[in-house]
Every structure is written in C-alpha cells, then in structure tokens.
Write a protein that binds this ligand. Structure first.
Ligand SMILES: Cc1cc2nc3c(=O)[nH]c(=O)nc-3n(C[C@H](O)[C@H](O)[C@H](O)COP(=O)(O)O)c2cc1C
Length: 371
C-alpha cells in the first residue's frame, strides 16, 4: 500500500512527528542514519516570530532528511500563509499545521489545540496556507479540547475539505495533556471518516504497539514521538515489523552509549557548548534509561558541561555494563567522531565564546592511540 501525501509517495508508514526541543537537525540526522525513509518533521515554529525574524534555525534542513515537513503554528491566516511560504522556500516537502499543542502558553493565544474550538478559523487557516504554497499541507490535532467536546472526526472532515493532504491524530484531548492512555479507537473513527491518509499517534513505545495501533485504527501510518527519545532504533524496528513481520532486536547497551555520545557531540557542534551540553543532558538520560546500574550515571549526566564530561561518564558506564572490553568497544566506536569534533567543534549558535577552547585529550580516558 503506497501512501500519497499530495504528490509525495511515502516509502514508510512511520512518522517521527514534531517535538519542540527534540526534533532538531541533530536528532533527525540520527534518526535518518538508522531509518532512511520515515517521515520527519521539524519542531514547531511560530509563524508570528517569523514575521519579525525571518531566519530561524528550526527551519534548517539537512540534505538527507527528505521527506520532511516544517511545522508552523499560529492563528492568523495571512501570517500563517507567509510562514508557510518561508518554510517552502527552505525546502520543506510539506507544511504541517499545529492544531494540537496543549501548552497554555500556546493555547491562550488561540494557537495549537485552541483551534479545535474554532473550526471556522482553523478552516480558514488551512485553506489560506494551502493556496499560498504548492507543496502539501498536513494538520496535526488531538481528539478535541476535552472529553465533552471530542470533535476530532468533524475537525478531520473540515481539514480534508479545506485542502489538507494528511492528518495526524493524537488520541488524547487537550485537557488530558499526556495523562491517561491514548484512545486509539477514537482515532479509528477519524480514519473511517476521511479519504486522505490518517496517521495515528499516542503511546507507541514498542513495535508491537505500532501494530496494535494500526489494527485498531486501520490508520495509514503511525506517528511515534516519545518512544523515539534515546531510542531512534525503534523507528526502523517498527518499519521492518510492519513491512515484513520480522522483529529486530534493539541494539545492545554499548551501541546505545555510542549513539548517545555522538548525539551529544552533534548538539554541541551545532548549538554551541552551553546550549549543546544543556540539551544533551536530557537526551543522554533517555539513552541510558533501562541500562542496568545506570541510575547513578544518569544523575551525573544531568550535570555535564563539556563533551569530555559525557565521554568520561559514558565510558565508565560502558565499563560497568561490560567490563574493560565494553569501555574499549565504546571508545573505539566514538574515537573518530570525537577526534573530528576536537579538530573542528563547529559553529554553534552564536554563543561562540562558550565553544570548547582546547581539544579534550581523549587519551585521558581512552586506552587507544591518539594521533
Ligand atoms: C517534548 C515534546 C515536544 C513536543 N512538541 C510538539 C510540537 O512542537 N508540535 C506538535 O505538533 N506536537 C508536539 N509534541 C507532541 C508529539 O508530537 C506527540 O503528538 C505526542 O507526544 C504523543 O505521541 P507519543 O505518545 O508517541 O509521544 C511534543 C511532544 C513532546 C513529548
């Protein structure tokens, strides 16, 4: 079954949807390395903010990321249309409109999920954006504002009528935020009512969850957000399980630590030392979750201020997991990336004074030769 989003033919039924503070260029590059075809999206970007500052790094796209969408939020149709045009000129394959964000800061300004209470305005936004660009427009929303007003079916019909080419439905209401369980049956009602592809979303943490969601909802695809945190391999494992019924093993703990460290290096290189290490802390705790004996290391990982900190702690954890051989395997696997990083730590995002001043000596933690 081929899923078509406008003129784009998807090769995968799996989507890593927008996550603010997570699905940046670095995270997506890691996902793309393990899964060549899943659908990707940027974090959400404020349409209004783009009117004041047209350059926004959230819209940076890498060459190998396609198919990828840029997600915009806002409630003023003309401003949303201009933002969509900017996103299109950045090379997005589709524009995703956020009509599901539950965060009060967003909804109090009529943005995000607040638009589920204003379907006429939502229609105008979708139609105006659609007519402003020549790439597909998709919409992401929830089941409704609260249990008393679950209008996802009508809202989906409205989105389709206004020109959306795909919708992603998170099986919770705005009031639920992330509590309770996603109601996959209700997502199935949206799927049944629409002709455009529907991606079901909410609480997929294992490949088996994805299969159950697809069976219950009959959706065209599945969107996997939190499950991919510290676990990018979940995406290709789901893809393969859906396509072939074969369930691949998750990578072993040392492999996880290797990718964790590369993620950290990528963030520092891309965002600068201060922001990069800050943001890495959260990712590193996700990568190490479930590794036996990792709790005490996780605590230390939340305090890293340099790539060397991360390297030391992860190497020690590798040793705890598999003995000296584990540490050696970890260091051997990260050596090349680390040395390259030390030679050229990257541009960062403006806090260049925070860049690594001196290359860290990998030899202080590594039983390996450093040229
Ligand atoms: C940290 C975080 C940031 C998120 N940011 C966005 C966002 O920018 N736009 C959006 O539409 N949804 C956002 N979401 C919602 C997710 O895309 C997804 O709908 C939700 O997490 C449910 O899916 P899951 O159970 O697979 O995590 C975010 C979720 C998380 C956890």
């Amino acid at each position: 079954m081929t899923i078509k989003v406008g003129s784009i033919e998807l090769k995968s039924r799996v989507y890593v949807p927008p996550m603010a503070g997570v699905t940046d260029l670095v995270f997506r590059r890691i996902v793309r390395e393990v899964d060549p075809s899943c659908l990707l999206s940027t974090e959400m970007v404020s349409s209004k903010a783009l009117m004041y500052k047209t350059e926004n790094r959230i819209m940076d796209l890498g060459a190998n990321e396609h198919p990828i969408g840029i997600q915009i939020f806002g409630h003023e149709p003309d401003i949303m249309a201009q933002a969509a045009q900017m996103a299109q000129s950045k090379g997005a394959d589709f524009i995703d409109i956020n009509m599901g964000c539950p965060v009060p800061k967003i909804t109090k300004g009529k943005d995000g999920c607040a638009l589920m209470r204003e379907p006429e305005l939502a229609r105008e936004i979708i139609a105006t954006v659609k007519s402003a660009v020549n790439i597909p427009v998709t919409v992401k929303f929830r089941l409704g504002w609260d249990d008393e007003s679950r209008n996802a079916v009508q809202f989906g019909e409205m989105a389709e009528g206004a020109g959306a080419s795909l919708v992603t439905v998170h099986g919770r209401t705005r009031q639920q935020l992330y509590s309770g369980k996603a109601d996959w049956s209700f997502i199935g009602l949206v799927k049944k009512a629409l002709s455009i592809p529907v991606f079901g979303n909410g609480d997929v943490f294992e490949p088996e969850d994805a299969i159950r969601l697809l069976e219950i909802t009959n959706c065209d695809g599945v969107a996997v957000a939190r499950g991919s945190l510290g676990n990018p391999w979940l995406i290709p494992r789901i893809t393969k399980f859906i396509d072939t019924g074969v369930l691949d093993q998750a990578p072993d703990d040392i492999e996880r630590l290797v990718v964790a460290f590369k993620h950290c290096l990528g963030l520092i290189a891309y965002k600068g030392l201060r922001v990069g290490t800050n943001e890495s802390r959260r990712h590193l705790t996700h990568y190490t979750k479930g590794i036996p004996g990792s709790a005490v290391f996780r605590n230390r990982l939340t305090q890293i201020t340099s790539a060397e900190d991360a390297l030391n702690i992860l190497a020690e954890l590798a040793s705890t997991v598999e003995g000296p051989g584990g540490k050696e395997r970890f260091l051997f696997a990260v050596e090349q990336d680390y040395l390259e990083y030390c030679k050229k730590p990257g541009e960062g995002n403006g806090d260049s004074e925070d860049r690594i001043q001196t290359p860290v000596n990998i030899g202080s933690v590594a039983p390996i030769a450093v040229p």
